[in-house]
Write a protein that binds this ligand. Sequence first.
Ligand code: BES
Ligand code: MN
Ligand code: ZN
Length: 504
Amino acid sequence: MDLRFQAGGPEAWSADAVVLFLAEGEKLEQAASDLVDSIAWLTIAPGTRDFRGKKGEVSVIYGPPAHPLSRALLVGLGNLSELTKGEILDRVREASGLAAVRCRDLGLETFGIPVSSLFRLHEDGERVVEETVCAAMLGLWRNNRFKSSSTRESEPVDPRWMGILAHEDAVDDKVRTAARRGESCAEAVILARNLANTPANHLTPEDLASEAAKVARRHGMSCEVFGRKEIIELGMGAFAAVAAGSVNEPRLVILEHVPSGHEEEAPLVVVGKGITFDSGGICIKPAAGMWEMKGDMGGAAAVLGLFEALGQLDVQRRVIGLMACAENMPDAHSVRPGDVVTTLAGKMVEIVNTDAEGRLVLCDALAYAQKRWTPSMLVDVATLTGACVVALGDDVAGLFCQDATLAQRIKDLGEIVGEPYWPLPLWDRYFENLKSETADFANSGARAGGACSAGVFLKQFVKPEIPWAHLDVAGPAFVTRKIVNCPAGATGFAVRTLVELALA
Ligand code: BES
Ligand code: MN
Ligand code: ZN
């Protein structure tokens, strides 16, 4: 679906439907007084009478067919009083996705939303515009890449465009930019969703690296790729161990976005877990639900989504992205429980559980990043532990960060873009869980506190002076039921937080 802009007020607008978001109990005359004056049929249309503005409520109201705006979609936001900015935006996102999908189901080709009706919802009107556009596009997105064309053709067709309707003679540049930003963010999230939904037989570490190279080429970024040989030669013993049992070679992908004039800047460095399939290795997982582990590269997908957005939005900041890609498989060449590996940082790790593989690829990628650069901020994103899902549920990510400023920033930005994070501790007491008789420490320990011991494992590989955050997205990156604006499967979680962090 494209984005269009129309100026000149209601008399000049034209679309198959005009979409209006209404709070509970709000009268159409209050919510869109400007419209009611110029679209006379709107107030007298009988269909408006029973509309209550409840969250999730959608009413289609019909006017004279010949009118350039002959339909209105009223979409309920529920009661908005005492909601935070993030909560108001949650309502807007849900309403926008619902509206777009209803337009599609009605077979409409075009719909428009008046800017004025969005600006009244929050003082940060541009943000409301951005979220509305982004949510409409994400709500329309379907996971249909692996459906045959006959199946796809039986589904309703997306609207051709969504219009941003302005009263002024020209659309304000800030509104235009906000809407375009929403569009780019949606494309970045969709890129991540598509990758994380791709079955492992269609997306090996090598394939993931070529997807990264494509994004880099599209936006004139640099992309370096290391294979098994380089990973071993560089001394990444933990990374190499995870990939040992797979015929599909590992890849360490290094992306760099550096706008001219920013070459010497201390970079924001983002590291993503890219396990294209996590069978558990020799410590093999139970069969039920194992298929979901095709999404165990959701962290790396989020990093690549970030780079797509950096390129589209031409973000004026130096950002480096690392994707630690490998396949965790059982095989005669696999790493065994009890094996000891030497990490890039020099620490010796006893692999007591081959299913705790994410931290093994990440520890070497984190060490590499700090050897090569001095990050201004270091953030890793990983579908790291089932324990984090147990702790926080499957729509909230764990936020591990001992830098109070960075932690608060990520939490606040997440609320604005609808990606919730909740803090979990990185206390050294969890390191006790990782005691090893043989090596410096083990890669896993007691089940209790599993998300925190994973965090503390990673902490061993981060210099204390570097502001670092570990985002455990095991729950929200891949969901087994449909959620707001996303069908079951990969969600693209963390893409938008990372984009905001890069823009901030
Ligand atoms: N990729 C999994 C974590 C995961 C579980 C992600 C469920 C998404 C949904 C990770 O590699 C893993 O297997 N973690 C183990 C760690 C344990 C062996 C210490 C886990 O959570 O059970
Ligand atoms: Mn695992
Ligand atoms: Zn895993």
